[in-house]
Write a protein that binds this ligand. Structure first.
Ligand code: GLA
Length: 389
């Protein structure tokens, strides 16, 4: 009987304090399209647009306010407070608004005394800020890398142990008892993938993304070799999405989105959700690509052929035996034929069904490889399922 009561209360406490989902977080962030031009109506309108567009239903749940929500000074008790002009209703009211729509609210701070936009950061205030975030009902905290000592803006001085301060914030958030996703943003400094998994759910692996093909390819190249650090509940973060942000084209946006899914990256949209062209919504909401990203096995995909070249194949093993997502990437400027061989994908020789995840079409059974002509700056993405042998 005592054992039964104990088990019951354990089960109850686990469900009452259910942590963040073990799959990569999905949502939206204000930074890529709005920078500092944010206010509470943008956040409310975006929450509404996520629901109305169906993106919330597709899995985009976090509405993340990035830099510039803070007032220039802390309040009399040393607490962070929102800019009274941009967020007159306060963050608690925004969290309530977002929660009422079945969504979650994210917020931003920095490990140093200043954020990258020169607003108050959390150094020396980790406990107080974490408590306030939790009291406001915040569900996601991004902790940036600006405002360290000895240099007013950036913090990557070797003799400053910023890891200690990230850890302080991580522990302070944990102590609040509220399940909060913790997102580290050291731009890849300090080999963050080695210590990030202990204290955070995701960690940025490189500099800020921009809506440029060549730069997205550069970020992609930096992800090679990091796959072993990711797993359920701990993710390498190649940065927020630029799908639908000009001048990135539709083909480029699709390739970028597919690659992020293969990398099991957080899918945090960076476009203006209130004004999306239909193709942007289609890319972001593609259920078959999202399923690759959110696959329960939580394995980060990797480059399996074409290292250093124009034509590459990236592959992500999925839950279940003999299932792999393959992405055929054409980095060049003319259409090209690309082949994904079963041996490269880690599949045994023999028949496998191929399904095109952009066209939503079955392409029949193939025996040892699959080839497609791929647009320049584009990708074909396929689900390969081995059939019995
Ligand atoms: C840094 C981060 C970005 C963004 C800005 C905000 O550059 O890497 O993602 O948060 O700061 O100032």
């Amino acid at each position: 009987m005592a054992l039964l009561t104990l088990l019951l209360s354990l089960a109850l406490s686990a469900s009452a304090n259910e942590g963040p989902a073990p799959t990569p977080p999905m949502g939206w962030s204000s930074w890529n399209s709005f920078g500092c031009a944010i206010d509470e109506s943008l956040i409310r309108e975006t929450a509404d647009a996520l629901v109305a567009s169906g993106l919330a239903h597709a899995g985009y749940r976090y509405v993340n306010i990035d830099d510039c929500w803070q007032a220039a000074q802390r309040d009399a008790s040393g607490g962070l407070q929102p800019d009274p002009r941009r967020f007159p209703g306060g963050i608690r009211a925004l969290a309530d608004y977002v929660h009422a729509r079945g969504l979650k609210l994210g917020i931003y701070t920095s490990v140093g005394t200043r954020t990258c936009e020169g607003l108050p950061g959390s150094r020396y205030h980790e406990e107080q800020d974490a408590r306030r975030f939790a009291a406001w009902g915040v569900d996601f905290v991004k902790d940036d890398f600006c405002g360290g000592p000895l240099w007013s803006r950036y913090t990557f001085w070797p003799w400053w142990d910023y890891r200690k301060h990230y850890r302080a914030m991580s522990e302070a958030l944990r102590r609040t008892g509220r399940p909060i996703v913790f997102s580290l943003c050291t731009w890849g400094f300090g080999r963050v993938w080695e210590w990030g998994p202990e204290i955070a759910h995701l960690w940025r692996t490189y500099w800020d993304i921009a809506p440029r093909w060549w730069w997205i390819m550069r970020i992609l190249d930096q992800q090679r070799g990091l796959e072993k650090y990711a797993g359920p509940g701990r993710w390498n973060d190649p940065d927020m999405l630029e799908v639908g942000v000009a001048p990135l084209s539709k083909a480029e946006s699709q390739a970028h989105f597919g690659l992020w899914a293969v990398l099991a990256a957080p899918l945090i949209a960076g476009n203006d959700i209130r004004r999306m062209e239909p193709w942007v919504q289609e890319v972001l909401a593609n259920p078959e690509i999202i399923a690759v990203d959110q696959d329960p096995a939580g394995i980060q995909g990797r480059l399996v052929s074409g290292a250093g070249g124009r034509l590459q194949v990236w592959a992500k093993p999925l839950a279940g035996k003999g299932r792999v997502a393959a992405l055929l990437l054409n980095r060049g400027s003319a259409p090209e034929r690309i082949t994904a061989a079963w041996t490269d994908l880690g599949l045994a020789a023999g028949p496998a069904l191929v399904r095109d995840l952009w066209a939503h079409k079955d392409l029949g059974s193939h025996d040892a490889s699959f080839s497609a002509t791929v647009r320049p700056h584009g990708a074909v993405m396929a689900l390969i399922t081995q059939t019995g042998r």
